[in-house]
Design a protein around this ligand. Structure first.
Ligand code: AMP
Length: 222
């Protein structure tokens, strides 16, 4: 199954993508995770991306499109994938369509998770990431803990720079300006699935899986 997970920063895409990737046994392609790792390792990709990421701005389309192409052509993606964080603007959406055409992919499903802005700011400022496994945890759930409850790494929690409030506000503004227009582009194709992101993690997962089941066989991207 090929899934594009879409929604504003903080809506729970990363959390859901990891669960669905495990449940459906398909690779999770998170552009944000790939970039953060590249920054950490100071690869040429990381060096090129780091200043935009620090400010919560978008990394150049050229870099992102080639990153997605490099991932989707790999054999690990031949039976499916879940894309998280791409496309982020209209150009990326159109380039993805072209790439899908070239790869003869015509069954991708677009899952759109939504939540209101206040809740998103509250969630993002409260979240912490584990440096070792990159899982996202809620600050209240890890208060007093020294080890990550998922991978066991010691003293590995940190607040991502792009989860600080001023950066979050900037990311939400960019989402509205650059990314939301992609929704209209998807709507023209009339194959998207809408999910309420304000429910519990388990409820959101169940709703996504149920809707994907219902939509089975539908063509999402022409
Ligand atoms: P995320 O974890 O998906 O919120 O991504 C973190 C940061 O990586 C974003 O704020 C951007 O700076 C960069 N990024 C991730 N995906 C993209 C993309 N498709 N286009 C441009 N920049 C991206």
């Amino acid at each position: 199954m090929r899934i594009i997970l879409f929604g504003s920063p903080g809506v729970g895409k990363g959390t859901q993508a990891k669960i669905i990737s495990n449940t459906l046994n398909i690779p999770h392609i998170s552009t944000g995770d790939i970039l953060r790792q590249a920054v950490e390792e100071q690869t040429p990709l990381g060096i090129a991306a780091q200043s935009a990421m620090k400010k919560g701005e978008l990394v150049s389309d050229e870099i992102m499109i080639s990153l997605i192409r490099d991932n989707l052509i790999q054999s690990k993606c031949s039976n499916g994938f879940i894309l998280d964080g791409f496309p982020r603007n209209l150009l990326q959406a159109k380039e993805l369509d072209e790439l899908f055409d070239q790869l003869k992919i015509n069954d991708a499903r677009i899952v759109i998770i939504s939540a209101n802005e206040e809740e998103i700011v509250r969630r993002l400022t409260n979240r912490r990431a584990c440096k070792n496994c990159s899982n996202i945890l809620n600050y209240n759930d890890i208060k007093g803990l020294t080890a990550c409850p998922i991978c066991g790494a010691e003293e590995s929690f940190y607040q991502r720079n792009d989860d600080k409030e001023d950066v979050i506000r900037n990311r939400l503004r960019i989402y509205k300006e650059a990314t939301e227009p992609v929704l209209t582009y998807f709507q023209d194709k009339k194959n998207e699935i809408y999910i309420n992101g304000l429910l519990t993690i388990d409820e959101v997962t169940k709703n996504i899986i149920d809707e994907l089941e219902k939509a089975k066989g539908n063509k999402v991207i022409a």
